[in-house]
Ligand binder design. Structure first.
Ligand code: N7H
Length: 451
């Protein structure tokens, strides 16, 4: 599909940028209490919304906005239009059958969530704010708070997020390395670019088809969906103490062996160096080298998983060319199940003294088809015990645990005898979430202006 140029000024910035220079983020969950006031508020906020247009000078704050289906209804979109959105978006993340399928049960069940669940008020929209540091983020958020009441909005809660200066998350790993790049987003195309319809409505996708444009109806001639996307939001708590304990118990307790096992679970070393390219020990120079740290596949270099185990987190969530029946077919399949990740950590860095303080990641995924992309990865690759020929194994880092099976196992392939790590407890628990629609700038104006 040569020749696509994306209208960057119409696409919300978070879809195409993680705003890496802005260390602090605030996710303000809101409810519409007065439709007309909220529309006036929206009309004003459109001009402040950060688009994907390239910057001459990096901004000190950024703002993006996304709506749940209840939010679109609260703004007055008729049922006729709402029903053109995907079922999973309309039903929401906390819907009981969906939660069961996704493994959001027990400690992760929506009834226990801090927000977005079945025991908390419906979220209508999320205002996503970014700031250069904590002080500037707080000031920016307070400026917005001062406009909520007059804007017909009630704040339900506000979640903080941040990235550390070295982009390491709570388990100690460099995160945010591997992201799909979109055809048409950068001036120079890359051979590995993914069709933009995987992340934006109204463009060719990896099936060569135009991705469905939700919201399309006789009432709006398509302006609502075009250049928009879906945003998956999950507040994921990380049990760092349990992670450390596991590493200690399953090894001789030495830092080298503990780090080795943790790398086997993730598929990368803490520095970000991939096990496929650095099988025996961390290679920090490789970890930070953007030209090399994501330049690998599995089929040729590591077909049996001796370097990066088949069940490691990154090999499950992006198996690249390692699925049946052959590497080219695998790559085609895998390209249909990619997500753009925009996560940020929350909570203080771990120490034994603050072990019980909540911490984790605000996981955000951008995709045009929640079911085929985010939900598929979660269900078929992360939680599936039979992923890619394995048996009785789950993603050791993020998989669910069932009541009958509170732990899972992981096989470390090696010759001549593989090693099985057993009794891996739940390390990540879902604490909140929701499915959101990220409208284009044009669509934000449309939502504000329509009667
Ligand atoms: Fe994962 N972690 O810190 O261990 N993730 N992840 N993730 N993840 C990745 O490549 C982590 C989660 C993906 O293209 C890295 O950026 C943690 C969910 C995908 O090779 C690390 C949590 C889902 C990739 C982590 C978590 C995914 C990826 C390596 C939750 C999807 C890219 C750094 C608390 C449903 C794979 C990097 C590729 C990479 C961690 C959650 C997906 C270190 C702690 C829920 C697609």
């Amino acid at each position: 599909m040569p020749g696509i140029t994306l209208p960057l000024e119409d696409i919300q910035g978070l879809i195409l940028s993680g705003y890496a220079h802005l260390s602090h983020a605030g996710y303000v969950m809101l409810e519409v209490t007065d439709r007309l006031k909220a529309k006036r508020w929206l009309a004003r906020i459109v001009g402040e919304t950060t688009s994907a247009k390239r910057w001459d000078k990096k901004p000190e704050t950024c703002l993006n906005i996304a709506f749940t289906c209840q939010g679109l209804a609260a703004l007055g979109l008729p049922e006729e239009v709402l029903k053109t959105f995907a079922v999973e978006f309309r039903e929401g993340m906390a819907e009981p059958i969906r939660a069961e399928l996704m493994g959001d049960i027990g400690e992760s069940a929506p009834a226990t969530w801090d927000y977005g669940g079945t025991s908390t008020p419906d979220i209508h929209l999320v205002l996503i704010l970014f700031g250069l540091d904590e002080t500037r983020l707080d000031a920016y958020r307070n400026q917005h708070r001062a406009r909520f009441e007059e804007g017909g909005l009630r704040e339900l809660c506000s979640q903080n997020g941040y990235r550390t200066s070295d982009s390491h998350e709570h388990f100690g790993f460099f995160d945010g390395i591997s992201q799909p790049t979109l055809e048409g987003a950068a001036p120079m195309p890359k051979p590995t670019d993914i069709a933009p319809g995987e992340f934006l409505f109204g463009y060719p996708n990896e099936y060569g088809l135009k991705s469905p444009v939700p919201g399309l109806s006789a009432l709006n001639s398509g302006v609502l969906g075009q250049n928009g996307s879906y945003l998956v939001y999950r507040k994921l708590a990380q049990d760092v103490g349990a992670f450390q304990k596991l590493l200690k118990e399953k090894t001789d307790g030495s830092p080298t062996q503990m780090e080795y096992l943790s790398a086997k679970m993730v598929g990368r070393w803490p520095s970000g160096a991939p096990l496929v390219l650095a099988p025996d020990k961390d290679d920090p120079a490789l970890g930070v080298d953007e030209t090399r740290h994501n330049a690998f596949t599995y089929a040729q270099t590591d077909p049996h998983g001796y370097a990066c185990p088949i069940g490691a987190h990154i090999r499950r969530t992006n198996p690249r060319d390692s699925l049946e029946p052959d590497p080219p077919s695998s790559q085609i399949t895998v390209n249909r199940h990619r997500i753009i990740r925009r996560g940020r950590s929350y909570g203080p860095l771990y120490s034994e003294a603050n072990a019980n303080t909540p911490r984790g990641v605000v996981f955000i995924a951008i995709n045009a088809d929640i079911k085929r992309q985010f939900e598929f990865i979660q269900q078929a690759w992360i939680n599936d015990e039979r992923f890619n020929g394995l048996y009785d194994n789950k993603d050791p880092i993020v998989a669910d645990r069932r009541e009958k099976y509170p732990t899972c196992s992981m096989i470390l392939q090696r010759s001549p005898i593989r090693k099985q790590v057993e009794d891996i407890p739940r390390l990540v628990t879902v604490r909140g979430g929701g499915y959101f629609f990220v409208p284009s700038i044009t669509a934000l104006k449309y939502l504000a202006d329509r009667p």
